[in-house]
Design a protein around this ligand. Structure first.
Ligand code: GLA
Length: 737
């Protein structure tokens, strides 16, 4: 059993307490419902037996109040004890995970243990994406119910345990059992207090065309909070937080991750209190959030995935990779090879015509690709980005016929067909806006905030979601559309819905509307591959990955910039989710010229494709692309289903290198890009990881054999680069003994 509960006698009071312990293969998580009924956090870390209750120390700290139930017990303060779900009003002045306002505007909660249950299988969350496990004997759920008798509020704390993956998820459902209207002002489903340790916080910040840049900073008594107030998970910070022992590296040290299964705004952070306890938290952004909880209603918070590694950051990431790839992504394409595609965007932008699309299709076929994606510009009167979002009917003039005609013509060339949409948006210059101005989020009486000249549709409304559902079905029913690129090109502002009684519900309800729409599409078109996108990787999160098993990683297709973007992304997300394309040089975003080989291996980082006009390539370049396509097909399984290793960092090393290792560790694919070149270079070796010890691996291209222990200890020789940004691909297979 991975979850158990046990009654023990409290060392201090001699009264009964209940200890809850969750064991995974390598970790242990422990809590205690103490004699006052408060749920305290005892431990999360490397697997441990026994009970950690002795760690609780009771000291009169001064200015740390004592909750009413503790009477004159002056050494009992929630301000100084590690907690499982800290709430406002408890006398804990650190950052609360739950703030609730009652009918009088008072913000005070007092939650005590009421009941618990342990069951087989992983819980589900109504209307929200969540980690799943189809086999009930491979997962468990622990549910602890806390209740506030005054507010008549119940909090259901859900723990989903995937023991083999070292994954524990946290869910939180709040129920109003009383008769007064409540408001939820802050809901963070995950909060952990670490009693000791010296920590670094690792976060991933960014911008459009520069997502998920790693930042590592020491945690101190100055709280560090990241998040997104944009109504979307955002380019600016990714909803992934890592707390790592200060000495932790890729290969050793204790570290923890929290990853939000939600695509809306979020907040996350860590702070050390004056007594050395570090609180790590993640949940819904507080901005514009004031969710009404009417009598009899419940609120389901989005889930947080947690994992812990005692063996460094690589293992931490691999736990998340397995969880997201095998227990978040769903449908045929969670594991099936993805089509290699040619996308029209950087080839023609909005100058889409039947003629140039069919030229691209011919070129794609000639290069051995699988699918043509018609990107933006095919619908309404879309000549530029100022109009037509919302009018999802084909521009027959541009396409030279119906969408169905175009699909047939592409299919007749032996290619699959894919198309771009941006369903959540509306242009003021659109028929949709002219007939339904109230369908856009905008504040009555104010000029709206425009971004890329577009507004956001009010997805809290069922009629808007139904309109989009019908519009999308009519596109997808025009013919065999096998891939849909789902874009989202602005942040939310002007949070006002004509339908909402309480505007504090809009941002969360928007996400429910979006997830409902995506779920319906997944159900009706189970074989459709949906790729998420938001100006590149502006909504790269586990919530979207539940519906779209791959996401366009960045609008920046420069191979060198992509090294850093993909490196950061790899901390929380499996490469199978990362969509990466080879584009033309000079690069469209930064003008850099990189070798085609380097662009190829950099894009063989998950879901592979091209984003260029192949008509402009030389015969030699076309041959090289054909060979890339063959290589990718051969290596696709190893790349997308193997274990991923960061061998170096593009931020600090002169060679940026990573590898994919098969499950039996007998096959390894190493990719590297030389970042820094020297006029008189010394010998350089690249240390490998994940190999079987005491074995011999042979390079399948050069036939050189290497003893694995040396590859691990010292590395494989890397030739000095000659010329900018040389790439390297090494394929090793273990020799049979
Ligand atoms: C976003 C996407 C691009 C492209 C354009 C089209 O920026 O990230 O890949 O689809 O929109 O407008």
């Amino acid at each position: 059993m991975s979850v158990n509960q046990e009654e023990i006698i409290d060392r201090r009071t001699g009264k009964k307490t209940i200890v809850f312990t969750i064991h995974t293969a390598h970790t242990t998580y422990q809590m205690m419902a103490d004699p006052y009924g408060y749920l305290l956090h005892l431990y999360y870390g490397r697997r441990a037996e026994g009970t950690a209750d002795y760690l609780l120390q009771y000291l009169d700290h001064g200015f740390s109040g004592n909750p009413g139930i503790a009477g004159d017990d002056r050494v009992y303060s929630l301000d100084a004890l590690p907690q499982e779900l800290p709430f406002e009003g408890s006398s804990d002045y650190r950052s609360p995970a739950l703030v609730v306002e009652d009918g009088n505007g008072t913000r005070s909660v007092d939650l005590h243990f009421e009941s618990c249950s342990i069951r087989d299988g992983k819980y589900h969350l109504d209307g929200l994406p969540a980690v799943y496990e189809e086999q009930d004997d491979r997962a468990q759920t622990l549910e602890i119910v806390l209740a506030d008798p005054c507010l008549r509020l119940k909090a259901h704390l859900l723990y989903g345990v995937l023991p083999e993956l070292d994954i524990i998820t946290r869910g939180l459902i709040l129920e109003n059992h009383g008769t007064q209207q409540l408001h939820l002002d802050k809901v963070l489903p995950a909060s952990i207090d670490f009693l000791s340790g010296s920590w670094d916080l690792i976060t991933f910040h960014g911008k459009h065309a520069g997502e998920r840049m790693l930042q590592r900073t020491p945690v101190g008594t100055i709280g560090q909070t990241i998040g997104s107030r944009r109504g979307t998970s955002s380019h600016q910070y990714n909803p992934l937080l890592i707390l790592a022992d200060r000495s932790a590296t890729e290969a050793q040290g204790l570290c923890y991750a929290m990853e939000f299964v939600y695509s809306g705004g979020f907040t996350a952070g860590a702070e050390q209190d004056p007594f050395g306890t570090t609180r790590m938290q993640m949940g819904i952004a507080e901005t514009d959030f004031r969710y009404p909880l009417a009598p009899g209603r419940c609120f389901t918070a989005p889930e947080v995935i947690m994992t812990c590694s005692g063996e460094g950051l690589t293992k931490l990431s691999q736990n998340l990779h397995r969880c997201v790839r095998d227990h978040v992504c769903r449908g045929k394409y969670a594991h099936a090879p993805r089509p290699i595609l040619l996308n029209s965007w950087e080839a023609c932008y909005m100058n889409i015509t039947r003629e140039n699309l069919l030229k691209l299709a011919d070129e794609a076929k000639d290069l051995g690709l699988d699918l043509l994606v018609v990107d933006d510009g095919w619908f309404g009167r879309r000549e530029d980005d100022r109009s037509s979002l919302g009018d999802w009917t084909a521009n027959r003039q541009k396409l030279g016929g119906t969408l169905g005609d175009l699909i047939r013509e592409v299919n007749s060339r032996g290619l699959k067909f894919g198309i771009w949409v941006e369903p959540e948006m509306i242009s003021e210059d659109s028929d949709l806006y002219r007939s339904h101005p109230d369908w856009a989020l905008r504040i009555p009486g104010r000029e709206p905030v425009r971004s890329r000249d577009q507004l956001v549709l009010d997805l809290t409304r069922a009629d808007v979601v139904d309109y989009l559902w019908k519009a999308l079905c009519s596109i997808l029913d025009e013919g065999p559309v096998e891939y849909l690129k789902w874009d989202y090109n602005r942040s939310i502002s002007d949070v006002f819905s004509h339908r909402a009684k309480d505007q504090g519900s809009v941002l969360y309800d928007y996400m429910l509307g979006l997830y409902d729409l995506l779920e319906r599409l997944n159900q009706r078109y189970p074989d459709l591959l949906i790729e998420g996108c938001s100006g590149g990787g502006g909504r790269f999160d586990a919530g979207m990955l539940y519906y779209t098993p791959q996401i366009w990683c960045s609008d920046n297709t420069d191979a060198v910039n992509r090294l850093a973007i993909q490196y950061g992304t790899s901390f929380g997300y499996p490469v199978s989710c990362i969509s990466a394309h080879v584009s033309a040089v000079p690069n469209e975003q930064n003008g850099r010229v990189t070798p085609l080989f380097t662009r190829g291996i950099t894009a063989m980082y998950g879901s592979f494709g091209y984003e260029m006009d192949p008509g402009k390539l030389s015969p030699g370049e076309k041959d090289e692309i054909r060979s890339q396509v063959r290589t990718y097909r051969e290596m696709e399984r190893l790349i997308t289903q193997g274990s991923y290793y960061r061998l170096t960092s593009p931020f600090t090393d002169s060679v940026s290198a990573w590898s994919f290792v098969s499950e039996d560790q007998k096959e390894v694919l190493v990719h590297a890009v030389i970042l820094d070149i020297d006029g008189n270079p010394g010998p350089h070796c690249l240390r490998l990881a994940g190999l079987n010890h005491g074995a011999v691996y042979r390079d399948t291209r050069t036939d050189i054999a290497y003893p694995s222990d040396y590859l691990i200890a010292i590395g494989i020789p890397v030739p000095a680069g000659h010329g900018d940004w040389q790439g390297l691909q090494i394929h090793l297979v273990q020799e049979e003994t």
